[in-house]
Design a protein around this ligand. Structure first.
Ligand SMILES: *Cc1c(COP(=O)(O)O)cnc(C)c1O
Length: 498
């Protein structure tokens, strides 16, 4: 199977090349030229298998230039016993009639990003060996909080790689900041920027696609790659868990093979929900893809109207990993829905870069309306939902609560009783302050992150994952903060080139 660029269909590369490069030279994203199909028999064959075996079967449909041994090595390393706090890796829990959460945050950094970022370093090092053997891979990450830590943890001390993470100084939770600032490993660097996530993402994208920078790295035996969800190696592992969740629902008797399900995803960069779209396109019986946003509701508007307009107020919310106004992965969806029309994608992305706005064709809009439902909620509704869902017996983080609220609104509006999978994307202790306020306790003046954790444990009886509780005793290694236009200087500094 070959991959092409959303902005230039003349390009045909292997999955190894797509993963090693991260982004296409033309600024487009790599996409599979055909989407592989799965049959009901294929899905049936997953029932009863463990996550590693399921992942191998699904990934081998996309990574056709990896050998069976290579896929086995990658997947077995990424999801090996002990790395995730559930034997299922990603586990499905029924929380109400028709509602099942898919807990994707049981990995080392307590956010769903681990599902992909534990695997990506394996995929990337295998891919690099085949395509650019002698180069040091430099991973540049822009993060709204969770990707940064998950990428650092995935790539720390991986031979032949270096990783540098930029995050918005005032745009991440204290726990997220601590997780990154205390990161260990000899090949890692972390820097805050004065700006928001979109500034960080634009800055990284600009460095990536700057030919002079690429040349300089090349002279020094290095090349950039990406651990953001623009990298196909980030997306493909996420397709697995939707298919796996479906198999789990068959396994526990909730559905029968062939029954339709709905999928609800708290969305920022459109990566996680796009993976669900690929699963649907492959043949997984998904009825509606429900896209949940916070007050930064640019996607809600787009999915309802066909006009994407990022010219709006940016809100810093209690679900910071979704505080995004430019959802990069939408480009992949539009490429597929436009009949793989690279010229129209260049046009729309050009308009987005120039005016911050574009409107898709009627044909694309019709498909968007058919595939997706969309909704959003503000911080107040998020908090109310955490409280009401907790009363029902489930403690959710702020991002998951956004999805649960949007799902509740959807059911109220449509009466749709279809069995539903709601992606649960972070552990509540990553966002203790907001969760604690929501479940009813006021926070004593001056209580730090760890006192808040203690209060939340007392209040809810839910244990705090040790990797978060233990941050208290870790040394802060990274304190730098730079301006948006200084990012490249920081990168050169870290790499020791000038
Ligand atoms: C990254 C993230 C999201 C958004 O996922 P996208 O793939 O960017 O849409 C939602 N919730 C949490 C906790 C996250 O870390």
């Amino acid at each position: 199977m070959l991959y092409t660029s959303t902005r230039n269909k003349e390009i045909h590369v292997s999955s190894c090349e797509a993963i090693a490069r991260g982004i296409s030279e033309d600024g487009g994203l790599f996409v599979p030229e055909e989407i592989p199909a799965i049959s009901p028999e294929f899905i049936e064959s997953l029932v009863g298998l463990d996550y590693i075996s399921r992942a191998k079967k699904v990934l081998s449909l996309y990574l056709t230039d990896f050998t069976e041994e290579e896929i086995d090595y990658c997947v077995s390393g990424a999801y090996k016993k002990g790395k995730f706090s559930s034997d299922k890796v990603a586990c499905v829990k029924k929380i109400a009639d028709g509602a099942n959460v898919l807990e994707l945050w049981r990995g080392p950094t307590c956010a769903f990003k681990d599902m992909a970022l534990q695997l990506l370093p394996y995929l990337l090092t295998v891919a690099a060996k085949k395509t650019v053997a002698d180069k040091t891979i430099v991973i540049l990450v822009a993060t709204s909080g969770d990707t940064g830590k998950a990428a650092l943890e995935g790539f720390k001390d991986v031979p032949g790689t270096k990783i540098m993470v930029f995050y918005p100084n005032d745009g991440v939770s204290p726990m997220q900041k601590l997780q990154m600032a205390t990161q260990q490993g000899d090949n890692v660097c972390v820097c805050a920027i004065n700006g928001n996530f979109d500034d960080a993402q634009s800055g990284v994208k600009k460095i990536f696609t700057d030919k002079a920078v690429a040349e300089k790295l090349n002279e020094n035996g290095m090349m950039f790659s990406s651990a953001n969800s623009i990298n196909w190696g980030r997306l493909v592992p996420q397709i697995v868990y939707y298919i796996s969740a479906y198999a789990d629902l068959i396994e526990n008797g909730t559905i029968q093979n062939g029954d339709e399900i709905n999928v609800v995803v708290p969305t920022g960069n459109f990566g996680n929900i796009l993976a669900a779209y690929y699963a649907k396109r492959m043949g997984l019986p998904v009825k509606k893809l429900i896209c949940a946003s916070n007050a930064n509701n640019v996607l809600t508007d787009f999915l309802k109207t066909g006009t994407y307009d990022k010219n709006r107020k940016f809100f810093t919310t209690t679900s910071p990993s979704m505080d995004i106004l430019i959802s990069s992965n939408l480009e992949r969806l539009l490429f597929h829905l436009s009949g793989e029309d690279d010229s129209v994608i260049r046009e729309w992305m050009g308009e987005l870069a120039q005016d911050g706005k574009y409107t898709v064709s009627d044909a694309v809009k019709a498909q968007v309306l058919d595939l997706f439902e969309a909704g959003y909620c503000d911080d107040k509704a998020t908090a109310e939902t955490i409280a009401s869902v907790f009363k029902g017996g489930y403690l959710s983080d702020t991002h998951t609560a956004v999805a649960l609220r949007v799902y509740e609104d959807y059911v109220k509006a449509t009466g749709d009783k279809t069995e539903t999978v709601v992606a649960s994307t972070a552990n509540p202790y990553k966002f203790s302050a907001a969760v604690l306020k929501a479940v009813g306790d006021s926070i004593p003046e001056g209580a730090d992150e760890f006192e808040q954790v203690k209060l939340l444990v007392n209040e809810t009886g839910e244990p705090c994952p040790p990797q978060l509780a233990d941050l208290k005793s870790k040394t802060v290694r990274f304190k730098d903060c730079c301006e948006k236009d200084e990012m490249i200087t920081k990168v050169y500094e870290m790499l020791g080139i000038n």
